[in-house]
Design a binder for this molecule. Structure first.
Ligand code: ASP
Length: 325
């Protein structure tokens, strides 16, 4: 009897230590954002500095909200609004231009708590497509609205509607001119996304883009396709992707990362690396990257392109911004 009691006692102590260890590895909140991936060797130092600063400003917006106890879905949405309003990224103002000379934007949000999701695709006049995606998630029984129907819905819930020219910047007009003259290849770089774990253990993902520059009119990329460019599930991970959207759709990239963690017990780093370097890498196309945060606040940021604009922070004090490897 005495032996059994001592064994039970030891077991309780061991369980206590395992519990403490797990708590130690558990972040109370974590946030990662991206500003796109692509080609970008030899970036001028002043351009690099400017982007690092913009990424840090967007990150700070999210950190402050998390410190004040905001929910993952609110933080992810707000950070993406910030990035959409910034003309230096391929989302909202500053989005790329399609082959017809028009901006057509895609965006999606997903809440890992209840697997609710909302998205808009091919929209031309919604100032902040990510807000429209959020309203689709919260105020309709649907997941994805497109084109004019999405715009009418956005107007009906009071979102700001703008002329298509609002999204143009001199850089984007010059870019499409060069693509048309075949002096530049279409490069998707600049899509934005944010993944968050909040203080209540909820995960969320938000992604927004102008898509691929010079894309065909009506083309929709991976961003608003839930499970391709955007996914969140409290049991596993929140993911936001960037890159050659057709590959992301065909490979169900974001869901695949979650599935590897769920079914095979991969860590978030292993799952992200497997998908980017063993699956996407083997396909023809220009690649890209993903940002991920898992249910414990562990972060993965993997890309097979030259660069991926990114920033991250956790409650325990990790914080950084980076562009190259
Ligand atoms: N994935 C986006 C798309 O294909 C582009 C990007 O990430 O830059 O629409």
């Amino acid at each position: 009897m005495k032996k059994i009691i001592s064994l039970l006692f030891l077991l309780v102590i061991a369980l206590f230590f395992v519990q403490c260890k797990n708590k130690e590895n558990q972040e109370t909140w974590a946030i990662v954002l991206h500003g796109g991936a692509g080609a970008g060797k030899n970036m001028r130092p002043e351009v690099r500095e400017k982007y690092l600063d913009l990424l840090d400003q967007a990150l700070q917006t999210g950190i402050q909200m998390l410190e004040e106890g905001a929910s993952a879905i609110d933080v992810a949405t707000r950070v993406v609004v910030w990035l959409e309003d910034c003309p230096d990224f391929n989302a909202g103002k500053g989005a790329v231009i399609n082959a017809e000379g028009i901006h057509e934007l895609d965006a999606a949000v997903m809440d890992g708590k209840d697997l609710k999701a909302g998205a808009v695709a091919g929209v031309r006049d919604i100032k902040n497509p990510i807000l429209a995606a959020r309203h689709v998630m919260e105020d309709t029984p649907h997941v994805l609205l497109i084109g004019e129907g999405a715009s009418a819905f956005a107007a009906s819930v009071g979102l700001t509607i703008v002329p298509n020219s609002y999204f143009s910047t001199p850089e984007r007009l010059e870019q499409i001119r060069r693509i048309r003259e075949k002096k530049e290849n279409p490069d998707p770089k600049g899509t934005v996304g944010c993944v968050v774990l909040d203080n209540n253990g909820n995960l969320a993902a938000a992604t927004s883009t102008g898509g691929m520059s010079g894309k065909r009119w009506g083309r929709v990329g991976d961003v608003p396709v839930i499970g391709a460019g955007t996914y969140a599930n409290n049991n596993t991970v929140a993911v936001s992707g960037t890159g050659h959207g057709e590959l992301w759709i065909r490979r169900c990239v974001a869901f695949d990362i979650s599935a590897l963690m769920d079914y095979k017990g991969y860590s978030v780093e292993e799952a992200a690396r497997e998908v980017i370097f063993n699956k996407i890498d083997k396909m023809e196309g220009s690649g890209g990257g993903v940002i991920c945060v898992d249910k414990n606040g562990r972060i993965a940021m993997e890309f097979n392109t030259d660069i991926m604009y990114r920033a991250w922070a956790t409650a325990s004090g990790q914080r950084g911004t980076a562009i190259e490897d």
